[in-house]
Ligand binder design. Structure first.
Ligand SMILES: Cc1cc2nc3c(=O)[nH]c(=O)nc-3n(C[C@H](O)[C@H](O)[C@H](O)COP(=O)(O)O)c2cc1C
Ligand code: SF4
Length: 491
């Protein structure tokens, strides 16, 4: 098992810095928290969309990352729980809500039976929720400091669940030698070109509905092993959606080009896994290890987007990423919610954590190295393409040092905004407390326990069960404990 020091054990920035250096984590932090004009989070932040030509002045350089609750009504409309999440998020003082949460573009695209779904039937309720959220932010911070609001549109591809939420009902882009084995798929799961054409149409309709609902932008998800991401490595797929760069990006390009026509005035961004590694699995000691790949026979591992061929590293020249970013530039898409890997097959890269999630493994590296990998990749892209507006991710593991590392990243030009994922579930006011110079409430800081991931994997609503009393008191909390005990006894 990888030994690592707990973040909460560092008494000050110097101890944190020394430890980070000792393990080779390429990150730093400012010595003390900052507030007001001193803080990088409050430096003027303007974003101009190349798609709409409109400029937005953002309230702060905190961004909210999309965080699903898997707590909607059966038709995909927001539930009271979803409303609570969105209104609490409005208390963050964030400048952008990058997608709010993954919203399925059709019933058969859902990763969970209770995922939010954007249809003619649900658009009115989603519009009302957006309005209430913006109004709540305006009440708290002023009408000139409301967030730039996006909605993440997604098809869950390989991770679609059956309507009863019991099993995967994968729709894949291509036959993947490792992921098919891990998630029990085969050729019968691969979508036909006709089916892909139809999914593109659903994305475009959802874009129109998002505009009707008043969102500033849609985020076309190309991340985490979901369908949009999988197409980027569909080298082996025959036909118009696979093989060449032009074909592998056709899915994304057709969606963006068609939304531009169908919903003029709507901005478009993308949640993009800037890099990926080979899928990992739980080893006999419970620690994650890369799935076996016969390099002698098969040569380089080709299916990690922007990988270096070893399955374990990022291409130092970022060839694939830069090629894709060149396409984004042509399309006018410069708003990017950076992320990495997948929560399903290499979660330590995507959401670095001290604890294993129920269907995952113990960390194979110090989680600080996972944070460092994401920060470094975003910085490398920002250096090469400064015109992109990049939102960093994977910061929650930094806990009480998160804002100070964020200050350093912003000060040194490593990103345009700092994204908050899990930390927003446990402590939505963390960013606004920091901006106002109030001390952080330590007992509410996310400690990366993973229950917000364990719950939906067991078909329960997601939320911060350990630290948010709203979830702690629910019957799902008892169920979750039983499910985790059962899993522990079986392993
Ligand atoms: C419960 C949960 C739900 C999430 N939902 C989404 C989602 O809907 N869309 C998305 O792109 N990422 C989603 N993510 C990933 C986060 O946006 C973020 O990338 C990740 O948690 C790492 O950031 P953090 O370290 O701040 O948590 C989710 C993560 C968790 C734990
Ligand atoms: S359940 Fe709460 S503490 Fe645990 S990872 Fe999720 S947000 Fe963090």
């Amino acid at each position: 098992m990888t030994e690592f020091k707990k973040i909460a054990s560092f008494r000050n920035a110097e101890e944190f810095r020394e430890y980070a250096r000792s393990i080779g984590a390429e990150l730093d932090l400012v010595d003390e928290p900052r507030s007001g004009a001193e803080s990088q989070f409050l430096t003027p932040c303007a974003y101009t969309s190349r798609i709409t030509g409109k400029s937005a002045t953002l309230a702060s350089r905190w961004a909210l990352l999309p965080m699903e609750g898997w707590d909607c009504l059966p038709n995909g409309a927001p539930s009271p729980e979803a409303r609570r999440r969105w209104l609490r998020n409005a208390e963050s003082g964030a400048g952008i809500f990058f997608g709010c949460e993954a919203v399925a573009v059709m019933e058969s695209a859902k990763a969970n039976a209770r995922q939010m779904t954007l249809t003619q039937e649900t658009v009115g309720e989603i519009a009302r929720l957006r309005e209430e959220t913006v109004a709540h932010a305006a009440d708290l911070f002023g009408s000139d400091r409301v967030p730039y609001m996006g909605l993440q549109l997604t098809h869950s591809g390989r991770f679609v669940k059956t309507p009863d939420d019991k099993r995967l009902n994968s729709h894949t882009a291509y036959e993947h030698p490792l992921l098919d084995k891990k998630f029990h798929c085969d050729a019968s799961n691969v979508l036909s070109d006709g089916e892909v054409d139809e999914i593109v149409e659903r994305f475009v309709e959802a874009g129109e509905l998002a505009q009707e609902a008043g969102f500033d932008f849609v985020d076309i998800k190309c991340a985490h092993g979901y369908l949009g991401h999988e197409f980027l490595t569909a080298y082996d797929r025959p036909g118009k959606y696979g093989g060449s760069f032009e074909n592998r990006t056709r899915f994304f390009r057709d969606i963006v080009e068609s939304i531009k026509i169908a919903a003029p005035g709507l901005d478009i961004g993308t949640r993009l896994s800037l890099g990926d590694l080979i899928p990992f699995e739980k080893g006999p000691d419970g620690v994650g290890r890369p799935m076996a790949w016969d390099f002698d026979r098969d040569g380089a591992y080709p299916y990690a987007f922007n990988g270096d061929g070893t399955g374990l590293g990022v291409d130092p020249e970022m060839k694939e990423l830069l090629e894709f970013v060149g396409l984004l530039d042509e399309l006018g898409v410069t708003l990017i919610g950076a992320t990495f890997g997948s929560p399903y097959y290499n979660p330590h890269t995507q959401r670095p954590a001290a604890f294993a999630v129920s269907d995952g493994y113990l960390p194979p590296e110090d989680p600080l190295l996972g944070v460092s990998r994401q920060l470094k990749t975003v910085r490398a892209l920002k250096e090469r393409r400064p015109n992109l507006f990049l939102i960093g991710s994977g910061y929650s593991y930094l806990q009480e040092f998160l804002p100070q590392v964020g200050e350093w990243v912003l000060e040194t030009g490593g990103a345009d905004m700092i994204g908050l994922g899990r930390s927003i579930l446990s402590y939505p006011q963390m960013a606004s407390d920091y901006l106002a110079g109030r001390p952080l409430e330590k007992r509410r800081i996310c400690r990366t326990f993973g229950d917000c991931t364990n719950a939906p994997r067991a078909g329960l609503v997601s939320g911060c069960y350990p630290l948010d009393e709203f979830y702690r008191g629910r019957e799902e909390a008892t169920l979750l404990k039983e499910i985790k005990n059962l899993a522990k006894n079986q392993s």
